[in-house]
Design a protein around this ligand. Sequence first.
Ligand SMILES: *[C@@H]1O[C@H](CO)[C@@H](O)[C@H](O)[C@H]1NC(C)=O
Ligand SMILES: *[C@@H]1O[C@H](CO)[C@@H](O)[C@H](O)[C@H]1NC(C)=O
Ligand SMILES: *[C@@H]1O[C@H](CO)[C@@H](O)[C@H](O)[C@H]1NC(C)=O
Ligand SMILES: *[C@@H]1O[C@H](CO)[C@@H](O)[C@H](O)[C@H]1NC(C)=O
Ligand SMILES: *[C@@H]1O[C@H](CO)[C@@H](O)[C@H](O)[C@H]1NC(C)=O
Ligand SMILES: *[C@@H]1O[C@H](CO)[C@@H](O)[C@H](O)[C@H]1NC(C)=O
Ligand SMILES: *[C@@H]1O[C@H](CO)[C@@H](O)[C@H](O)[C@H]1NC(C)=O
Length: 503
Amino acid sequence: MWSAPLAAGGLLLLGCLGSATEAYWPYTSFKTGPWEPPKLQLNKTGGIDPGLFFIPIRNENSLGSAVTIYDNDGEMVYQGPEEKSMNFRVQKLFDQDVITFWSGEVEIVGGYGYGKVHILDTTYREIYTITLTDNWNSKFVTATGKSHDSYIDVHEHQITDRNTILVSAINVTQQDLSSFDGPSDAWITASQFYEIDIATNEIIFAWKSLDHQDKIPLSESRQPMLIHSVQDNPWDLYHLNSIAATNDGYLISMRFYWAVFYLNKDGSVRWRLSGDIDEGDITGEEMRFSWQHDARVYNETEQNLILSLFNNANRQSQSDSASTGMVFNLDLTTMSGSLLYNISDPTDAIYSRTQGNLQFINESATTTSNMIIGYGNTPKFKEYNSKGEVVLSGQFGAPTHAMSYRVFKHNWKATPFWDPAALIENGIIYMSWNGATEYDNWAIYSLPSIDSNETTLLSTHARTGFETNMSIPDAGSDPIKFIKVASRREETILRFSDAIEVF
Ligand SMILES: *[C@@H]1O[C@H](CO)[C@@H](O)[C@H](O)[C@H]1NC(C)=O
Ligand SMILES: *[C@@H]1O[C@H](CO)[C@@H](O)[C@H](O)[C@H]1NC(C)=O
Ligand SMILES: *[C@@H]1O[C@H](CO)[C@@H](O)[C@H](O)[C@H]1NC(C)=O
Ligand SMILES: *[C@@H]1O[C@H](CO)[C@@H](O)[C@H](O)[C@H]1NC(C)=O
Ligand SMILES: *[C@@H]1O[C@H](CO)[C@@H](O)[C@H](O)[C@H]1NC(C)=O
Ligand SMILES: *[C@@H]1O[C@H](CO)[C@@H](O)[C@H](O)[C@H]1NC(C)=O
Ligand SMILES: *[C@@H]1O[C@H](CO)[C@@H](O)[C@H](O)[C@H]1NC(C)=O
């Protein structure tokens, strides 16, 4: 079933391949379409929040990788086309819920990618496609020398409340490292980010790590310097992996500095929160984290803010301690911090070497909301309550054979622009409507010819999961020639399928 890993190294390191038996994970298939989602195993141990799980699964089943939505019972709700995708989630754009995800090409070395961000409305129509091309007379240079039609990296795309989007990017470039005993012609992976206006796809702000060496010196990277760095194996020293808009600028996470930086609107560094308590601008005994992902800000005022992150505590080459979700309270007047949460499941220590995230399901209720932790290269996620107790554990693949960059839970309501699918086999009607969240039952109609509008209601059937099946209803003496099904919410018809012939 599985072949070579999708990618190795950096973000996508898959670890050692096990035997074929170890890689086995059950899949579900359907009559009404080609979807083949891995079974989602869910263990519930407490009160879970309503919502749907958004998982851009990357794995090695026959279908490959696809963005997938599951419900709280582990039933699939939606699966998108096969492609490598990351950061599949719901965000607000112009005050409306939209789905966003990245798709593109993933580079083996470094785990970066080159792609586009897709923004879909609640009918799954793609309303914007965000791209990043050579700009302001700057051309992007890649490790392979290959050029791409868009250079948005896999790590981040975050919509701001000013309807712009923050995206990460990298440029492979040469740098003189002789001032700290490195080669004078080293190749490095330089992190950048861009703020792009969504309506026009215009860049309105660009930030390049190399312009800020005063506050982010190359010599302070935790990633050992590659003395023999070359273009196709550059020293990946920053690894910028999250960007958030703040009241006064931006908050970025740099995995390979064990640090989160607060940037002013002009991009200059205001302060650094370091996971090593001997470094950075914020003091606090409990402020320890390493190789982190997904730094977010909540409840920001001039004096105070809440900062959350996923503390990997492990890197590609080494497992140190269990990964945790951390939430800090930062007092900006005294520049000191304290730990509000350090969340993990004591019965299931997970060592996430790459990727991962921490989400407050309700972002405006950081003291009462349940939280989701996605474990990155370990194909698991967990929901925790506001006491930090596990209320749900989920798994969607065999260890080291599936992963998801981030996992989210959202209250997503969608009515697709496509029609429901229906099919008859051996006297059974199968019905589904990929992505639809608003119907709860099916109505089955007979019609005298394929294009007739003269429908006669035969029967109804409650929705059972993704695909509902039932025997063809008995229509009395007249044999049924054609059937149409309608998805309904109570007695309101939402949409008809095409008519199908009954053989
Ligand atoms: C990438 O690096 C090259 C070489 O240093 C430089 O000429 C180019 O402007 C950079 N591109 C971007 C997008 O920063
Ligand atoms: C957070 O929890 C992890 C896992 O239990 C533990 O190893 C680590 O020491 C804790 N960190 C802090 C700062 O308490
Ligand atoms: C999220 O929390 C806020 C503040 O407690 C509350 O007003 C709101 O109703 C919550 N939203 C949902 C969807 O539960
Ligand atoms: C953040 O603010 C919300 C209301 O705006 C409040 O309910 C919550 O307790 C605050 N979070 C923290 C961690 O103080
Ligand atoms: C669910 O529980 C079973 C039985 O204890 C266990 O084998 C499995 O690993 C658990 N799955 C998850 C996702 O925690
Ligand atoms: C059925 O209804 C559609 C849409 O109202 C209409 O375009 C079509 O002509 C009708 N077909 C028949 C056979 O009446
Ligand atoms: C028909 O649906 C039931 C659930 O209602 C399910 O248990 C059964 O496996 C389905 N049959 C087929 C052939 O899909």
